[in-house]
Design a binder for this molecule. Structure first.
Ligand code: HEM
Length: 397
């Protein structure tokens, strides 16, 4: 993609060859110049009238009448140089810059092409009028000018393509930087989790001994139990970090999806009974729905999704779990809640590691769920559900 004058000059020469541009064309157009100049003002007025008549182009002109009169001047020069050349490297670069300028101001490519069509029409019309008066050879003039306009149009198209490539490049670079940042954070956190594990185990052992010593002192026992809850929580965090960092090796087996889901839901009883959550299970398609998955990993995913749904739904909230079994191991599991839902900006980041909207937690639960689904060649996604809250679903193929 050209970005230097020399590159643009090469592209321009190639385009000239492609459309069959010759010295004859250059001569025809130069001879036309003096004759067609009186038509420029009408062409320019028509051009800016059309811009003004259409919302999509009018909104780009933000500087009012001043800008329009300046633009009319630049379009005059553009037309004049179109008919005077010389059609070499300098000309090519100035035409390319005009294309780039339109990309920069946010003019949609379709309107740049349509506007060029409008100019082409006005120019051809003027040539026909001159031809009728036998002041120019209209057939030759139309042939030559259209070659030149085609090359200009090709440059405009290239300018838009370059912009698109630049945007892709920037997005790819941002992704790499983000991955590098996450890799170093990941390494640091994994190291920290590993080092802290021994300390945590020692604390837990000491606490257990202490609990035995203070059995007859209820106040102290209550305090010590708080410490135990906090240590259990820390332990869980370490396990999550470890689980995210560790490579996923699946041990697949054939499992009845309904039984697995019931098991996970029952395991979460302490959470949902405390919230008095109402739940619905829907099983569609083939029964029994047999899936070929890693049991332990699938329990991790389902536990995470149900736990999130229970928390989002809150007291007496509603959860709906729908399993659609298409056969050939194609299964979709959707878990919806009637909580506040997930804002658009958050939905894009929700599977990123360490991203969390909760005050507790590592922000790794959904990132781990996504890794597990990917390891199963499956997909996990989030959207707004029919209950009004979030709908997390995963597909297995
Ligand atoms: C394809 C046909 C077009 C041609 C030949 C053309 C020509 C030009 C030229 C020669 C310039 C000056 C470039 C520079 O600053 O270096 C320019 C700038 C500009 N054009 Fe066009 N234009 C076209 C289409 C359009 C359309 C459809 C719009 C719609 C709004 C538009 C809006 C503008 C604006 C806003 C600027 C920047 C003005 C500034 O810097 O203040 N152009 N155009």
């Amino acid at each position: 993609m050209p970005s230097h004058p020399d590159d643009v000059a090469i592209v321009y020469r190639n385009l000239q060859k492609y459309v069959g541009w010759s010295d004859f064309d250059a001569r025809v157009i130069k001879e036309l110049r003096g004759e067609i100049q009186p038509y420029f003002q009408a062409m320019i007025d028509d051009f800016y009238q059309t811009i003004n008549d259409h919302d999509f182009t009018r909104c780009i002109i933000t500087g009012g009448e001043d800008q329009i009169s300046r633009l009319k001047g630049t379009l005059y020069q553009w037309l004049d140089s179109l008919f005077s050349g010389p059609y070499g490297a300098e000309f090519a670069w100035s035409r390319w810059r005009v294309g780039i300028r339109h990309v920069e101001i946010g003019l949609h490519q379709a309107y740049a092409i349509a506007a060029m069509g409008r100019l082409r029409f006005s120019i051809n019309e003027a040539i026909c009028a001159l031809g009728k008066e036998q002041r120019v050879d209209a057939a030759a003039a139309i042939g030559s000018i259209n070659k030149l306009l085609d090359i200009d149009l090709a440059l405009i198209d290239l300018a838009y393509q370059r912009k698109a490539m630049e945007q892709l490049h920037v997005a790819a670079q941002e992704k790499v930087q983000q991955a590098e940042r996450l890799a170093s954070i990941g390494q640091m956190v994994t190291g920290l989790a590993h080092e802290s594990r021994n300390a945590l185990q020692r604390s837990q052992a000491s606490l257990e001994a202490l609990l035995l010593d203070i059995e007859d002192r209820p106040d102290a026992l209550a305090q010590a139990r708080h410490i135990q809850v906090a240590l259990d929580h820390l332990h869980m965090l370490y396990e999550e970090v470890r689980s995210y960092a560790a490579p996923i090796v699946l041990e697949r087996e054939e499992i009845d999806a309904e039984k697995l889901i019931n098991l996970v839901w029952e395991n979460l009883k302490p959470s949902w009974s405390q919230f008095q959550t109402q739940v619905e299970f829907h099983y569609r398609g083939l029964a029994p729905c047999i899936i070929n998955v890693d049991r332990y990993r699938m329990i991790q995913v389902l536990t995470n999704l149900f736990q999130n749904a229970i928390e989002a739904a809150g007291a007496q909230g509603k959860i709906r779990c729908t399993v659609t079994c298409h056969g050939n191991s194609q299964v979709e599991v959707a878990i919806e809640d009637d909580g506040p839902g997930i804002a658009d900006g958050v939905a894009k980041k929700i599977f990123e590691p360490f991203f969390t909207t909760k005050s507790k937690g590592t922000g790794l639960g959904l990132a781990i769920a996504q890794r597990i689904m990917e390891a199963h060649n499956g997909k996990i996604s989030v959207s707004r559900g029919e209950l009004g809250g979030a709908r997390f679903s995963f597909q297995l193929n």
